[in-house]
Write a protein that binds this ligand. Structure first.
Ligand SMILES: Nc1ncnc2c1ncn2[C@@H]1O[C@H](COP(=O)(O)OP(=O)(O)OP(=O)(O)O)[C@@H](O)[C@H]1O
Ligand SMILES: [Mg+2]
Length: 424
């Protein structure tokens, strides 16, 4: 990241680009495959173009911009050609071919090539090796065009891929997004809302919120993956809630929430409350098909790490319908207490904690290590087949979230989360 950071700082200065904070996070990742998922006007096209600029000026590299149509790859193409020709003063030859096979191409004097292409006729994309690829508005590109025609272009030269798009339901881009939010060595994913671009006037966003159906607003402005079944935690924004290296305040009591499973995973979360009454979710243990003694060993090991750092270990709240599992944990010296288990009330407490407070910061923060919790936040949906007026979440993607619900419902009894500066 340091090397990339250096190149970017000097280059960005030279072209007069000051990325906003969401764009900085995206540029800072040096993973080979990166997704930038964001609401309209966030600055996806601009950031994607700037991200590949070092490759374009580095030598005889070939890069493609591919959109669902030729026109939809044009913003990235314009950003790149303006930078290289007008800002960096590079002499280029520009070619354009119209018609069904339309493309634009820019050639640098040292043999660098930049192509702007359409995914409309993917057969035409075969037979080339490239060094980098931006898929512009990728969520509108058919899965087949990516998987059968585009992906392999990158293989021989160990090429780099940037996917920049507004989300569009749970399609193939969402699958790649999940890879990127996990701990994958090659993939990184970033998701942002339109309002993370400080240049966009809040009143524009409020006007859209007032007129659009919530699902559409969440997708087009919130940058969220949505479906008709609707996300339960609409307030969840990874860029806001998920932070690296979250630390418990000195001496703070560490609490745990546990959702047991065998075929489904067992999840244990470690959390505490900071001096402002904010919930900090610090760690997760998430594993399936293990016996209770193995879970207990994993839980004791993490408890031990906190104890060694001077944190008392508080209660562990667990699904009240799991007596057998509780007894097995107790035999291994992990003692648990039945949690309150009102689903909707619990969801309500979690949602309130996710919201921004008066100072713009949220009432809950989650450490980046809690991959599964973050993934479930993104995937948890209301049940479509529920009776009208009835709100029931789907019994899927809810293991870490159930553990979190137990923690939140129980801790709320100890902390008044409405009050600033509450302590426990
Ligand atoms: N860091 C920045 N500095 C200056 N202007 C920026 C920056 N980021 C974005 N913008 C401006 O915000 C607007 C949107 O940028 P861009 O076209 O990259 O967004 P987008 O997310 O691709 O939008 P769309 O959803 O319309 O494709 C443009 O006018 C762009 O110049
Ligand atoms: Mg764009």
């Amino acid at each position: 990241m340091e090397a990339t950071g250096m190149i970017f700082t000097e280059l960005f200065e030279a072209i007069g680009y000051s990325p906003h904070i969401g764009q900085v996070r995206f540029h800072a990742s040096d993973k080979r495959f990166k997704l930038l998922i964001a609401g309209a006007r966030f600055g996806k096209s601009l950031a994607a173009a700037k991200d590949v600029l070092p490759h374009l000026i580095a030598g005889r590299s070939t890069g493609w911009l591919v959109g669902p149509t030729y026109g939809l790859a044009q913003p990235e193409f314009r950003y790149l050609t303006t930078d290289i020709r007008d800002r960096l003063g590079v002499e280029v030859v520009q070619q354009k071919a119209g018609g069904r096979d339309g493309y634009s191409r820019v050639l640098t004097s040292w043999g660098g090539e930049l192509w702007c292409l359409s995914a409309n006729r993917p057969e035409g994309l075969l037979g080339h090796e490239i060094d980098w690829l931006i898929l512009c508005e990728a969520a509108h590109i058919p899965r087949e065009a990516f998987e059968r025609f585009l992906r392999a272009r990158l293989s021989t030269r160990n090429g780099k891929l940037v996917i920049a798009t507004t989300p569009r339901g749970f399609n193939w881009v969402h699958e790649l997004y999940q890879l990127g939010t996990g701990d994958h060595e090659d993939w990184a994913a970033f998701r942002h809302a339109t309002w993370d671009n400080p240049l966009i006037a809040p009143r524009e966003i409020e006007a859209a919120r007032a007129t659009l159906p919530p699902e559409t607003f969440d997708e087009q402005y919130g940058g969220a993956f949505t479906s008709n079944a609707g996300a339960v935690y609409r307030e969840f924004e990874p860029a806001l809630h998920v932070v690296p290296n979250l630390q418990a305040p000195e001496g703070a009591i560490i609490y745990r929430g546990i959702d047991p499973g065998f075929t489904n995973p067992t999840c244990c979360l470690w959390a505490t409350v900071d001096h402002d009454g904010r919930l900090l979710v610090l760690r997760e243990h998430y594993a399936s098909r293990l016996t209770a003694d193995l879970h207990a060993a994993a839980i004791r090991a993490i408890d031990g790490e906190y104890r060694d750092r001077g944190h008392p270990i508080g209660q562990a709240w667990i699904d009240p319908s799991s007596c057998g599992f509780q007894a097995e944990l107790a035999r291994e010296e992990v003692f648990t207490t039945n949690a309150a288990n009102q689903v909707l009330a619990g969801i309500d407490v979690v949602r309130r904690l996710l919201r921004r407070r008066g100072d713009g910061t949220p009432g809950m923060r989650i450490d980046t290590r809690c991959h599964n919790l973050v993934r479930e936040f993104e995937q948890y949906r209301w049940h479509e087949g529920a009776r009208p007026g009835e709100r029931v979440p789907r019994k899927q993607d809810d293991h870490a979230l159930d553990a979190l619900r137990y923690l939140c419902l129980e801790l709320r009894r100890r902390v008044d989360w409405k009050e600033q500066g509450a302590s426990w």
